[in-house]
Design a protein around this ligand. Structure first.
Ligand code: PCA
Length: 332
């Protein structure tokens, strides 16, 4: 009797194993990607990433889970592209112009007074994307989507009339472009990661910076900075990318789900950026920052500086700069 029960149990166990093997042949094991970003969880970029992750999980019935690690917690912002290239993490988000040294085309994002509206951001991105795809592929990366920060304006701790007033100020920078701009303005560049701006201000390490209204609000800069001039100088984009091998290892249906969700995330991100630009400027005002139009002399001097910067940039990048700028201007 005992033997009969044992045999029946064994048979049941065997068929259970067979059934499991059959299901796992149909549904491959779930994959988890870690996605590193250097921005805070509450930032609109990160919120958008979280939504992207939720959509991918839903579209793949949980077969691909993307875990977002915000605030430099997994990899520091500046090191994210290399970490994704090497496969240390599967995916990441970085500010594209921060990669301008290795990928000159990515620097187009930070050239002052070229892109002046969300429509222009879209046109620039469409022209940049093929080159960015190619350059990223050479580094083992696959771009998924890009979303702009709101327009960049000038914050200062005292009123500014012309660029002479900026001379000698400690100007916070966040990429090679802003470093060069500080130099051209005879200010002293001080590299401060976005999440440390509040602290740097409290410690008296900075007098001025060029960034968005959103970044000023997120770092509650009104303790140290008093003026915000709406320069509308450029719209830097964050780009989200994945290790190309990790992407290629996904089943085709999952790859399609990622690409589709990325396209949606880009559209949603543009809309979030637009509305954050408006509400953040209002928040700056409410918190006592004087939001001013750009004084005539300052505007004239900055435009000149921008032209010098553009010439330098085109000369250093060569042909691929013209591949973007010529159609960009002729499409206008
Ligand atoms: N905020 C980021 C990049 C551009 C922006 O608006 C920063 O200040 O670092």
């Amino acid at each position: 009797m005992k033997n009969v029960v044992a045999a029946a149990l064994l048979a049941a166990w065997g068929s259970l194993c067979l059934a499991q093997a059959a299901t796992s042949a149909i549904t491959p094991a779930a994959t988890t990607w870690k996605l590193a970003t250097g921005y805070r969880a509450e930032s609109f970029h990160t919120q958008n990433l979280e939504e992207f992750a939720r959509e991918v999980a839903a579209a793949t019935q949980g077969q691909l889970k993307i875990e977002v690690a915000a605030n430099n917690s997994l990899v520091k912002l500046a090191e994210i592209p290399a970490a994704v290239s090497s496969g240390k993490v599967e995916a990441g988000e970085a500010i594209m112009s921060g990669m301008g040294k290795e990928v000159p085309l990515a620097g187009a994002d930070g050239v002052p007074f070229v892109v002046g509206s969300y429509e222009a951001v879209q046109r620039m991105w469409a022209l940049q994307r093929p080159g960015i795809e190619r350059e990223f592929a050479r580094r083992g990366l696959k771009p998924l989507y890009a979303v702009p920060w709101p327009p960049q304006g000038l914050y200062t701790n005292k009123p500014i009339r012309d660029v002479k007033d900026l001379q000698g100020m400690k100007m916070r920078t966040y990429n090679p472009t802003t470093v060069r701009i500080a130099e051209l303005l005879s200010a002293t560049p001080v590299d401060v990661p976005m999440v440390q701006v509040g602290q740097a201000l409290a410690e008296g390490k900075m007098d001025a910076m060029i960034t968005s209204a959103v970044t000023g609000v997120e770092n509650k800069v009104w303790g140290g900075l008093k003026h915000y001039y709406e320069l509308n100088a450029w719209f830097p984009k964050n780009i989200v990318f994945v290790n190309a091998k990790a992407f290629a290892a996904l089943p085709p249906a999952t790859q399609q789900a990622v690409v589709r969700s990325a396209a949606l995330a880009e559209i949603r991100g543009f809309a979030l950026s637009r509305s954050a630009a408006v509400s953040a400027t209002e928040d700056l005002r409410k918190n006592g920052i004087k939001v001013d139009p750009v004084p005539f002399e300052l505007s004239r001097d900055l435009k000149r500086m921008g032209e010098k910067f553009s010439r330098e940039w085109v000369a250093s990048v060569g042909n691929s700069a013209n591949e973007i700028f010529i159609p960009f201007y002729s499409l206008r």
